[in-house]
Design a protein around this ligand. Sequence first.
Ligand code: BGC
Length: 772
Amino acid sequence: MKQYLKVDEWSIIEESFDPINHEISESIFSIGNGFMGQRANFEEQYSGPSLQGSYMAGVYYPDKTRVGWWKNGYPEYFAKVLNSTNWIGIDVFVGGTALDLAKCKVTEFRRELNMKEGVLIRSAVAEMEDGKQIKIESTRFVSIARHEIGAIRYAVTPLNFSAPIRLTVYLDGDVKNKDSNYEEKFWNEVSKEVSAGSANLTLKTKKLDFHVTSVMTYDVFKNGEKLDLTPSTVEKEKYVGNDVTIQAEQNEEIVVYKYVANVTSRNHGLGQLVEVGSKLLEEARTAGFDVLLSEQVAGWADKWKESDIIIEGDVSAQQAIRFNIFQLNQTYSGEDDRLNIGPKGFTGEKYGGSTYWDTEAYCVPFYLSTADSSIARNLLIYRYKHLEKAKENARKLGFTKGALYPMVTMNGEECHNEWEITFEEIHRNGAIAYAIYNYVNYTGDKSYLGQYGLEVLAEISRFWEERVNYAPRKDQYVMLGVTGPNEYENNVNNNWYTNRIAAWTMEYTLEVLDYLKENETSRYNELVETLKLKPEETDKWKDIIAKMYYPADEELGIFLQQDGFLDKEIIQVKDLKPENLPINQNWSWDRILRSCFIKQGDVIQGLYFLSHKYDLETKKRNFDFYEPLTVHESSLSPCLHSILACELGYQEKAYEMYLRTARLDLDNYNNDTEDGCHTTSMAGTWMSVVHGFGGLRVENNELVLKPFIPGHWKSFSFKVMFRGSRLKVSVSDKDITVSNETETPAAIRIFDRDYTVSPLGMIQVENAVVNA
Ligand code: BGC
């Protein structure tokens, strides 16, 4: 674990340059606006280890599958969000030598991600090989107000010399994905134009024909005066730029304002990209850097108004939670229902930027509470639009009916190719059904069910119906050969969670059918007709629900993660020698599979989703048994355990788990932050504060709070949007205050007593929980 970042409430700050940390910082200091994202690469040349990364949401490539041993049913490709044109580049040359921090003595360095304003700032003083000292300062952002615009202020000051400085301001499309399966580059050049002062470059993906056009312009100032330059143009394959040479005097600052528009064929007509990009760019340049910056500050202030969490008394925890919220808001803004949230957001390439069940299980709750309900609805509609593909996927695997959503996808097609996950980790289907329940339960928007929800639910139920089989000797339904959320077990029989979520999906589907029959009869009739839903099917679901087999151990009073779990040698993680951990880096796969160690919550996942169906005693027995066996080697694991620990009153455990999730990337806990940040698990961190410490649930159309405050926190507060109201919940060891920031009254239950928070009103209740 490396802790090299300064603790600060609103910023992530690095105060010296160590190349060892550079790729980690490139991930952590990433900026994005939901439409594009950019790792914190340097503008000038850098020859040390670095992952140059600029990503345009939804622009991906189907990279041909690479496996050692092909299995029927594997997808043909793995979809990857593409590293696209490097638009930030500004090279600096002094006397023909490029400024390159990898080759200089860096005497001062500071990098700051200002999360309040959505701006990345960097300054450095570098001594070049010949002793020349240069100071650089850059301020960069991708605009939250103008989704296709990026802007950079880049200043160069010679500190101990006067000499001509050449700057190359450029766009470079000759980029590749680090994770390319066959070392292939994915872009072809379509067109480029370069003139004195501006340039554009259009690239097209080798497959699927996504076009991305980047258009750039820039202004150069010296001593506050705009220079009238005569740039020369630079042109190479997939590269356009301008060279400008400026006579720099010692201690005089030269400032370049670079503006770029990145537009794609996802949003604009093919023939119009250069025109649209140029227009947007001209508007941005006319507005100027300072106006763009003030729009940025205002845009982020709005985001924070809806989603901030304030922790008093623990700056490290404060910084961490804001970092998580910031990254989530940078990754997905919810305006485009074709987009989703990759596990690494725009901060790296691992997991290909594709959609996983992480979205439904972890991200939906965050967006439900911190943004307009249309945003979470868009995430649901994304899956609705993929329903036909999910049906095709089920047919491809040999099912005669129903839908199996993919484990990993970009356009609805499966693109994951490890048999135990592709074919067996089918519990993901349950999360997609659960998200519909979660959305309707939270928002009260039952219209979603008739419009979109039922079709998805019915097709998922049909899949489960065919996936289980009746075991005559048990007179029960079983589900064989699956992988649960705990991927450290494969091909197990009767994973409790999968059986449970399957039966629950059918229960909920039947409930929704009853609701629609009663309340939206004509839509109900229409849906029964289009789905060709027969009474035999719903009868079968009822039979499966009644006779589903759930492995359990009566003596311990726990659900069994799967058949035979207790035949394993049960050892607790605390009894393992530290050198064994993480087991995924130290043990053979065979040893992991045979062991009792759990990668991430499995039974616990079920107890979290279906929390309302289980009493505290049941939760406690299962938590007490399974948590000590859990190695939390998925970033998605600690947050769920933190939430459950809060509910059980295990305050120390809850806080321990919270710390593990909250500072995962800032402290590089899993030693893998250079690959990108764990963006989807950041939603889990938010959940552990709001659902965990805040104890927030929605029951019977009412918000329920049962907060407790970790011992050394003075207070914490969070915002939640709920059915038209936005509430600020503040918790201290003395009281709980709920302020309504809107004109819509809100019903709320705190420690089992009902209250109404009137428009713009406030209530205060004594904190009934003894502190940790
Ligand atoms: C987890 C999965 C998750 C994936 C992407 C894996 O390590 O086990 O549950 O979907 O990462 O975040």
